[in-house]
Design a protein around this ligand. Structure first.
Ligand code: B4P
Length: 192
């Protein structure tokens, strides 16, 4: 079974929803950089106030800050994990490679959830978080295409990328993800 997984996909693809289910089913640590950043905002610290302004604009938070959060959590943890929403750009992908080499915890799978844009917009507008208004959602999708999608090639080149169709009910998508992870190596069907 795959234990060290990054979950990739556009905003609203269902990364958080699926990671929560998978982590509970398989006893993995679920590390969502979005949730950790929102927790910082909720704590009301001065760092949290700066983070809130970035989230509300739909921009990405600084690479160094996000890496510090991930490093801290992974270095305290022994078992398997799901990284949800990290890496978000090629700098973060390179930082993660270095971190995992330091920790001797090689990545096993990069799982890409695929959902068409209009479905993403509909999901996010009905979720209604403070950064889910239409202008901000469209901006986050543009940032995804420019900065995050290119890192798929980084993982594809290493034979780690597996693509899963994220359309359908939460349960249907969860079943596809489990099937994909239970195949030890990417099959023709799951290669992107
Ligand atoms: P995230 O918290 O990562 O959130 P997301 O990409 O918007 O959503 P996700 O894909 O997890 O979708 P979800 O399950 O919630 O990022 C938020 C912000 O944090 C970023 O914009 C950025 O500013 C910052 N950030 C995070 N990581 C960062 C990093 N590494 N570097 C810099 N900045 C970073 O699902 C969405 C909705 O769809 C929900 O309402 C859900 O109920 C629904 N849904 C899920 N699955 C469904 C299905 N199968 N059918 C119908 N609806 C479904």
């Amino acid at each position: 079974m795959s234990k060290r997984v990054v979950v990739l996909g556009p905003p609203g693809a269902g990364k958080g929803t699926q990671c929560m289910l998978l982590a509970a089913a398989r006893g993995l640590l679920h590390l969502s950089t979005g949730d950790l950043l929102r927790a910082e905002v909720a704590a009301g610290s001065s760092l949290g106030q700066q983070v809130k302004a970035v989230l509300d604009r739909g921009d990405l938070v600084s690479d160094d800050l996000v890496l510090a959060i991930v490093r801290h959590r992974l270095s305290l943890h022994q078992g398997g994990w799901l990284l949800d929403g990290f890496p978000r750009n090629s700098t973060q992908a390179a930082m993660l490679d270095d971190l995992l080499a330091d920790l001797k915890q090689p990545l096993q799978v990069a799982l890409q959830l695929q959902v068409p844009e209009e479905e993403l917009v509909a999901r996010l507008l009905s979720r209604g978080r403070s950064d889910d208004n239409e202008a901000v959602v469209r901006k986050r999708l543009q940032i995804y295409v420019r900065q995050t999608e290119p890192i798929n090639a980084h993982y594809q080149g290493r034979g780690l990328l597996q693509c899963v169709d994220g359309l359908g009910s939460v349960e249907e998508v969860a079943t596809r993800i489990c099937n994909s992870l239970d195949e030890c190596a990417p099959s023709e069907e799951t290669m992107c």
